[in-house]
Ligand binder design. Structure first.
Ligand SMILES: *[C@@H]1O[C@H](CO)[C@@H](O)[C@H](O)[C@H]1NC(C)=O
Length: 208
């Protein structure tokens, strides 16, 4: 059954003014997270920036970016790792990245399968509260200073953030549409995602 929360947002071209903004912020620091989304990138080169979180004093607190011909990277507190994901075949993919302050352990999943993991990514850091969650753009200041060359083009849906590391089976069931887990930091609802600059919303259920 379709609900108002079955939707995608579409970025028809690369600009420095089209973006989505999650109305919620982070209310307190967190020591781990899992970010999941469904994504269908448009034409390259590069994915651009599907997701960024800037915090007061650190514009690159959490960034998922593929800039130009560089590989996909996850940045935390401006430190980066390369993610072994391949998303540019024109199809929908389910992506999750998880991180924990403990040893800076990270994991990357594509379509419910773990593609990579590692340690020492901003170990013992905490994700700072009071920042801005932006979809489709990389932020050089809190909520702004976007760069068209780093912008996302394509479609995304079900972008959600948890304040803990999801289990392998939770991620697998999200990717195979076996569950409707809701992010505790933010979930995917029309009321929570604000669209700017010509980003459009369309009915879509990635699990149809
Ligand atoms: C992570 O950092 C610790 C402390 O600096 C170091 O001992 C360890 O070898 C590093 N591990 C990896 C896999 O880089």
């Amino acid at each position: 059954m379709k609900t108002p929360d079955d939707f995608l947002i579409s970025f028809p071209m690369r600009t420095n003014y089209m973006y989505g903004r999650v109305k919620k912020t982070l209310m307190q620091e967190i020591f781990a997270f899992t970010l999941c989304l469904w994504i269908k990138p448009g034409m390259g080169p590069g994915l651009g920036t599907p997701f960024s979180y800037s915090a007061p004093g650190q514009s690159n607190e959490i960034v998922l970016i593929e800039w130009g011909n560089n590989p996909i990277e996850l940045l935390i507190d401006d430190q980066s790792v390369t993610l072994p994901l391949s998303l540019t075949d024109g199809k929908w993919h389910h992506v999750c990245v998880a991180w924990s302050t403990r040893d800076g352990h990270w994991e990357a999943y594509q379509d419910g399968v773990q593609r990579g993991s590692g340690v020492n990514l901003s170990s013992w850091h905490s994700i700072k509260p009071g920042g801005v969650f932006i979809l489709g753009q990389e932020q050089d200041t809190l909520g702004g200073r976007f760069d068209a060359t780093q912008s996302f083009m394509g479609e995304m849906s079900e972008v959600q953030l948890w304040s803990h590391v999801l289990s392998f089976s939770d991620i697998h069931s999200l990717a195979s549409c076996g569950s409707h887990l809701q992010g505790d930091v933010f979930a995917w609802t029309e009321a929570e995602v604000e669209l700017h600059g010509g980003v459009t919303r369309h009915p879509y259920d990635p699990c149809h």
